[in-house]
Design a protein around this ligand. Structure first.
Ligand SMILES: NC(=O)c1ccc[n+]([C@@H]2O[C@H](COP(=O)([O-])OP(=O)(O)OC[C@H]3O[C@@H](n4cnc5c(N)ncnc54)[C@H](OP(=O)(O)O)[C@@H]3O)[C@@H](O)[C@H]2O)c1
Length: 257
């Protein structure tokens, strides 16, 4: 028997099995929820995600009016506001590929004079709000097999005078990220703590001894978009590439601890 294809007919190629669900998944625009995108590092993160084709939703207390930020007004010190804002997130999207907990306050006072309202605000914004948002967003993040990015700080491990409110909240955030990662990997969800050193977060700050908000934004975007699916990065510490040549070195530095 001759099994050759007649010359008039093209050879039959093995058909590529296309799964419509997989196809839709591959072309879907991913969405990230980011807190505090109106300025500073949060804005750098939002811009980098937008530039790589992501849809951004923002929880902002101060609104910019820029539609690409997908802003939802939210005072992170107010749990009722967070509930309302997350309900709105749920109306806008049915999954979150990334949830970036960036917004924070840095109130610096010695323990002797730290006003308790400022400590309460720090705990509310830097700790309670990330927990509250992470918990409320969990069904949406699970639906996407998404990634939580918590923006920590060197202050979470390198404590300093005047830093009680900031160091305490950033330090405790580390525990939350670790527990979340342990609990949620089985649901396909990952969590990472990014702990930066000095960032030039204010407009016009071109200090070569700080990381630009834009660079930190690009770094976070790469972490979100480039980490292979079978790797969970638990924690990453980043710092400026250049060091002050006048700064204390070696033993001198230790003598100030
Ligand atoms: N800058 C640094 O050197 C540095 C270093 C290490 C880590 N970090 C961390 O990086 C993250 C971003 O820092 P950044 O320096 O870029 O901050 P930033 O420029 O001071 O901006 C803070 C952001 O948080 C928002 N925010 C504060 N309180 C809020 C509230 N109650 N409700 C809603 N939003 C609120 C601010 O909104 P408003 O405009 O409405 O105030 C703003 O969008 C923080 O987690 C910080 O701890 C910063």
């Amino acid at each position: 028997m001759n099994f050759r294809t007649p010359a008039s007919e093209p050879p039959i190629e093995p058909t590529q099995q296309t799964n419509p669900t997989e196809e839709a998944e591959a072309t879907r625009t991913p969405t990230a929820l980011v807190t505090g995108t109106n300025r500073g590092t949060g804005r750098g993160i939002a811009e980098a995600l937008r530039d790589s084709g992501w849809n951004v939703l923002s929880l902002n207390r101060t609104l910019t009016g820029e539609s690409w930020l997908g802003e939802i007004e939210c005072d992170l010190a107010d749990p009722g506001d967070i509930d309302r804002a997350l309900a709105e997130v749920g109306e806008r999207v049915d999954r979150l590929d990334a949830c970036v907990l960036n917004a924070a306050v840095r109130r610096l006072h010695p323990v002797a004079s730290l006003p308790l309202p400022e400590l309460r605000e720090s705990v509310a914004v830097n700790l309670m709000a990330p927990f509250h948002i992470a918990q409320s967003a969990l069904p949406l993040v699970r639906a996407a097999g998404g990634l939580y990015v918590f923006v920590g700080s060197h202050a979470g491990t390198r404590f300093f005078e005047g830093g009680a409110a900031y160091c305490m909240t950033k330090s405790t955030l580390r525990a939350l990220v670790e527990v979340l990662l342990l609990e949620e990997r089985r649901n396909g969800v990952r969590a990472v703590l990014v702990s930066p050193g000095a960032i030039a977060n204010r407009p016009g700050d071109g200090s070569p001894l700080k990381m630009s908000a834009r660079s930190v934004g690009r770094f976070v975007e790469q972490l979100i978009t480039r980490t292979p699916a079978d790797i969970a990065v638990g924690e990453v510490e980043i710092r400026p590439a250049r060091l002050d040549p006048q700064g204390a070195l070696g033993l001198d530095r230790l003598q100030h601890v």
